[in-house]
Design a protein around this ligand. Structure first.
Ligand code: SGN
Ligand code: CA
Length: 517
């Protein structure tokens, strides 16, 4: 091309960019990236095939990792829903942002990354689960579930107005997100928080996927029949598959004869009464034979526990499959609309989850399965496909990362660190340990209050409040955290150094006020 040609095509490109605002979507190096922050609720890394080769395939989620980055050591600060969300919005620990448990109401007057992005000219939107009680702030558009929401025929609050939708939650949230993406102000970069209800308890699958994986028998974790020796708090929780999963509510054994009477049967009945006749027909078609078979078998003891585990896993992975399919729809939209290149796609969950390890479901403990959370990031313009990040990262780091990529100054009060250098494989000093603090006790599932530190190799936890117990794990020799080695004499130096580091972190993160412990 001659110089005139270059000049003319330059003008054409520049005017095209200016007139329809495609600067951001073309990703020419000058435009700010769009941000698509996808989060699920309670999705374990164990059921994501990018993390676990034995998991049922999650090809769309895996695609984010393959075309971008996977964090191999991604953790939360407080393994429960509302606190995790507040941490992500603020980049701060629970004791600073005030959301220490699910019961608190989020103070929406404080600084959050959506507010800062909105001030910087981003079009911001929040669709799906919110769970923070107060009205969302910092969003041009918000369309949220009421509380936990329902899997079938859910109600939403759409910019403050109550709306009702027929269908299955994961599909509906996706359709709302696609509609907003289509209608948004295209002259601005966008930041969309797409937050699913799935895969939260009580794991109701989409009717379209009710018989998926019917023939699969899930592998029982080696420590499913854990007896919690040397771990008092683990022995006193109420999140055991064997004793705390409800046959009707969690495992869907709502028999027509009413012979299976359980604590939460009424709750489940209320939920299923929301179904349309066709949803109910499809549901019964699938579950009635399971109920009949269960009654015939008359299982007890360990056999019953193993049966419960299989039932739990089946519904859980079906909910995962819905998430995966729907994320595929979103990725396709980005492809079809030339948005893939200049959109940062983040996939995470508000925390991890137990898939029968230690005999558990749920989260809360600082043990690996609920301390960890999946984290996948794709941004083709800056992140090489197939990037693997091994450093210890936490959900306080998301807010500063988004701000960093958007070119917004990261306020000094934010406690997390931008992940940008790790994502772009640049040399950087990084933290050697993460800090954790869980407060929701006494509460559902009765997991005692605790705080702790995790380094690459060790984990030290202090359970406090109505108990005073320390636990120490060598994750290299005991990845399943079965042997609390805190009381072994030869570890005293190690314990001293970990306690010193823990105290340093408590000072650094301003959580050193022992009066509340
Ligand atoms: C509900 C669940 C609990 C779960 C909490 C918190 N019970 O109360 O099992 O731990 O939510 O979950 S249920 O009977 O209502 O399903 S969180 O993800 O929102 O923190
Ligand atoms: Ca959750």
């Amino acid at each position: 091309m001659n110089r005139l040609g270059i000049f003319l095509s330059g003008i054409a490109l520049a005017s095209g960019l200016a007139s329809c605002g495609v600067r951001d979507k073309l990703g020419d190096g000058t435009g700010r990236p769009n941000i698509l922050f996808i989060m699920t609720d309670d999705h374990s890394y164990q059921t994501l095939s990018a993390y676990n080769k034995k998991a049922q395939p999650t090809p769309n989620l895996d695609r984010i990792a393959q075309e971008g980055a996977i964090f191999e050591n991604s953790f939360v600060t407080n393994s429960i829903c509302a606190p995790s969300r507040a941490t992500m919005l603020t980049g701060k620990f629970s004791h600073i942002n005030g959301q220490t448990n699910n019961a608190a109401t989020f103070d929406g007057n404080q600084l959050t990354f959506p507010k800062l992005l909105q001030d910087a000219g981003y079009e911001t939107s929040l669709i799906g689960k919110w769970h923070l009680k107060s009205e969302p702030t910092g969003f041009n558009h918000w369309d949220i579930l009421i509380g936990q929401g329902t899997y079938y025929n859910p109600n939403f609050t759409t910019n403050g107005v109550l709306t009702h939708h027929e269908g299955y939650i994961t599909n509906i949230i996706t359709e709302k997100a696609l509609a907003w993406l289509g209608e948004r102000d295209k002259t601005k970069p966008f930041c969309l928080l797409l937050h699913h209800k799935a895969t939260h308890r009580d794991w109701q699958p989409d009717t379209a996927l009710l018989n998926l994986y019917n023939d699969i028998e899930f592998e029982l974790p080696e420590n499913f029949f854990d007896t919690y020796q040397g771990r008092q708090a683990a022995g006193e929780q109420q999140l055991s598959i064997a004793t705390d999963l409800d046959l009707v509510y969690d495992l869907k054994l709502l028999d027509k004869e009413g012979e299976i009477q359980t604590k939460y049967r009424k709750e489940f009945q209320r939920m299923i009464d929301r179904f349309t006749p066709e949803q109910r027909r499809r549901w019964d078609e699938e579950y009635d034979p399971i109920i009949a078979d269960f009654k015939k078998q008359g299982l007890e003891g360990d056999e019953l526990s193993k049966w419960k585990f299989q039932r739990y896993m089946h519904d859980y992975v079906r909910c995962v499959a819905s998430v995966d399919l729907n994320i595929g729809r979103i990725l396709k939209y980005l492809d079809d609309n030339e948005l893939a290149k200049n959109t940062i796609v983040v996939y995470t969950s508000d925390q991890g989850f137990y898939m029968g390890e230690h005999g558990f479901f749920d989260k809360r403990f600082m043990y690996e399965q609920s301390l960890r959370t999946p984290l996948l990031v794709r941004y083709p313009q800056k992140i090489k496909a197939g990037t693997k990040v091994g450093q210890l990262v936490q959900n306080i780091d998301y807010a500063p990362t988004f701000l960093d990529y958007a070119g917004v100054k990261i306020p000094a009060e934010i406690q997390g660190i931008s992940l940008k250098p790790l994502l772009e494989d640049k040399q950087t000093e990084w933290r050697e340990a993460i800090y954790y603090h869980y407060y929701d006790y006494p509460a559902e599932h009765m997991v005692k209050r605790h705080y702790g530190i995790r380094t690459e190799r060790y984990k030290l936890i202090h359970f406090y409040n109505d108990i005073d117990q320390w636990e120490l794990y060598d994750l290299e020799n005991d990845p399943d955290e079965m042997n609390n080695i805190y009381d072994q004499r030869e570890n005293s130096e190690l314990i001293d150094s970990l306690k010193m580091k823990l105290a340093e972190l408590q000072v650094q993160y301003e959580d050193a006020d022992r009066s509340t412990y």
